[in-house]
Design a protein around this ligand. Structure first.
Ligand SMILES: O=C(O)CCC(=O)C(=O)O
Ligand SMILES: [Fe+2]
Length: 213
């Protein structure tokens, strides 16, 4: 085992422990800084070229509803892009590491870039409802150099049992958040400057339909 993989193992142990004990984990840095920087440049360029689109856009009525809840713009990662693929490779290692330690049976990972323009928000929600979704773990990777508290855009994570605020996360470059998708209502406070991130979900395979008797 080389020095880097010893470090990775220690970090994966720490994350698995935090998920078991608290259900969430916040790390100031998970990925190599050079990759974080490449991801930042890639999402900033996608934004510059208008290659992100209104999140959850659907039929007119649905769109209006969405607009009250979230006003970010997103784009799914593209495995044929080398930078996206580098991120997805890290997440594949993460998935295997969590499966080994926590027996979660995570099967795949879906993720999108997100851009919150100035004024954008995502109201309080849960990413998965018990028994209704195959999303098990939510991840968010932030891509914003020099974020200041006055810039807003904090991720607020709440206690599902009593609505208390558990933690407020600054979306600072390199910060990585992971939490149990069904367990934590959360919201993105209105951002006062462009806010970039990658949101992702580890999923289990959809249960087989019950056999007809
Ligand atoms: O960007 C964040 O901090 C969280 C985004 C989020 O909650 C989501 O996309 O479901
Ligand atoms: Fe969410």
């Amino acid at each position: 085992m080389n020095a880097q993989s010893v470090v990775d193992y220690a970090v994966f142990d720490l994350i698995a422990d935090a998920l078991t004990t608290h259900g969430y984990c916040i790390l100031p840095q998970l990925l190599p800084p050079a990759l974080t920087h490449d991801l930042y440049r890639r999402v900033a360029r996608l934004d510059e070229h208008n290659d992100l689109s209104q999140a959850g856009i659907g039929r007119e009525q649905q769109y209006q509803l969405n607009e009250k809840i979230r006003t970010d713009e997103t784009r799914w990662l593209d495995p044929s892009n080398s930078i996206d693929q580098a991120y997805l490779t890290h997440m594949a290692n993460f998935r295997l590491a969590m499966n080994q330690r926590l027996f979660l049976g995570l099967f795949d990972y879906e993720s999108h870039y997100a851009h919150y323009p100035s004024g954008a928000f995502y109201k309080r929600h849960v990413d998965a409802f018990k028994g209704e979704s195959n999303r098990v773990l939510t991840t968010v990777m932030y891509l914003n150099p020099f974020w200041q508290t006055r810039d807003g855009g904090q991720l607020q994570i709440y206690d599902i049992n009593n609505d208390n605020l558990i933690v407020s996360v600054e979306p600072e470059m390199g910060t990585f958040v992971v939490f149990l998708s069904e367990q934590f209502p959360h919201e993105v406070l209105p951002s006062k400057r462009d806010r970039y991130s990658i949101a992702g979900w580890f999923r289990v395979q959809a249960p087989l339909q019950a056999p007809m008797i």
